[in-house]
Design a protein around this ligand. Sequence first.
Ligand code: ZN
Length: 324
Amino acid sequence: MAVDTVLGPVDVQALGVTLSHEHVRVKGEPESVQFPHLFDDELARSTVIERLEVVAAAGVRTICDPTVLGRGRDVRFVRSVAEATGLNILVATGIYTLDVLPRFFAGRPDAVMVDAMVRDVEVGIQGTDIKAAFLKVATEAGGLTPDVERALRATARAHLATGVPIMTHSSPTNRIGLLQQDVLASEGVDLSRVIIGHCGDTQDVDYLRSVADRGSFLGMDRFTLESILANEPRLDTVVRMAEAGYADRMMLSQDASCDIDVITPIRPMTYVLDEVLPELERRGVSQQERDLMMIHNVKRWLDPSVAAVNPGDTTHLSDSPRAV
Ligand SMILES: [Zn+2]
């Protein structure tokens, strides 16, 4: 099966080493529309290309970028940096809100949200022919506000209409991943087509097992976001979950941005390759398990017909320029 990247369709088997949750660029939408002089797009472009070249040199072939409405999605910008770096970049559609819907959608039937997302998948985003490869939706620790539930249900319906998978932003506080699964399942979503994002923010292995046992993937996707949880406990949890047999359910990433408009240090997008994978190897997580987390699981999320480990796929982490 082919999946849509910003440069067109690519065979899912050719995606190679994949970072499942990174942002090319995040910028505030009202600020950048109303005060464009505050944003230097050319500088951002050269900065992003420089940083993505480091990611590509570390052996990454593909990035899933869940930047959507509310986070400054700009698919022309993403396409230009993909052209410059040769990376496969998959972009998303979705209605990102942690509390209330944007007014336009709040006052209209849910079908308007569904149709907007379906159009992004089937026709193209922002007047381009660049198609969304997956859906993004968010629920924070506060849980389901009425509008967050509407966004979740609309996302489920867009998924059922298009077949592209779902990635969530969740909080392990209050076991929000399970709540998201309840809502999505009630709409008829096969939970194996869902990544519950930010699962790595907790060390509660019982909770993680509960989420994974319902079929979803776990986004262990915020390495280096140490203000929420330090890298060591994040890594410990991945080891414990792998030992418990869940390597076929986890994806490792950093949720970093090459360029972001908040005043914050830029976090590295190669920490997983440079630090996490070698440490996992030292701690007994096998090559096959590491390959699942970096290469194969994302393919199964995108294309359910892909077997857990495809014997025909010879891509291997050790093929990366920097062997890990
Ligand atoms: Zn993110």
